[in-house]
Design a protein around this ligand. Structure first.
Ligand code: FES
Length: 167
């Protein structure tokens, strides 16, 4: 795949990334480092940012795309301000995690991996938070919420949104 000609907007984010590449791009194996920085700047790695990185590092687009899609810490979709992580590990599963997941999907109107239109929530899953005694468990950002039931789950999401509106 060759590097396509894409319009690269001249804005602060691209200028910051360009500066980083100019300073670090000559180091051996800079691609991962540059992509990390790009994700930090943009929040995710849309195709135009990948094209920009490919062009600046003089790499084929396919190589950049391959690395972005290989590592799951790189995101190609925008994420919300808050990550809702529902645990689907064994203990949580036994205690009804799939019902909680259904409630989350319905309330947010998205599936796992999706982000609400207002970019407030991204829904994700995990395999165990090491808090099995509190099953079923979810984390919202760094906060653990345990012994969930559908009503409690909805209340947590609504409280967070309301807190945001008030602040
Ligand atoms: S299985 Fe859910 S916290 Fe351990």
């Amino acid at each position: 795949m060759e590097t396509a000609q894409v319009h690269i907007p001249d804005n602060a984010e691209y200028r910051e990334l360009k500066k980083f590449i100019d300073e670090n791009g000559k180091e051996p194996g800079p691609l991962i480092q540059v992509l990390h920085r790009a994700q930090k700047i943009f929040g995710y790695l849309p195709p135009e940012v990948q094209h920009f990185v490919a062009r600046e590092l003089r790499l084929p687009f396919g190589q950049v795309y391959g690395v972005v899609t290989f590592y799951n810490f790189f995101r190609t979709e925008p994420i919300g301000d808050h990550i809702v992580n529902i645990c689907l590990g064994t203990a949580c599963h036994v205690k009804g995690a799939s019902e909680i997941l259904k409630v989350l999907e319905q309330e947010l109107g998205i599936r796992v991996g999706g982000t609400t239109q207002d970019r407030f929530y991204t829904l994700s899953t995990a395999r165990c938070f090491g808090a099995c005694g509190l099953a079923p468990v979810m984390m919202v950002d760094d906060e653990v919420y345990g012994r969930l039931n559908p009503q409690k789950t909805l209340q947590i999401l609504r409280d967070l949104r309301n807190a945001q509106t008030v602040n």
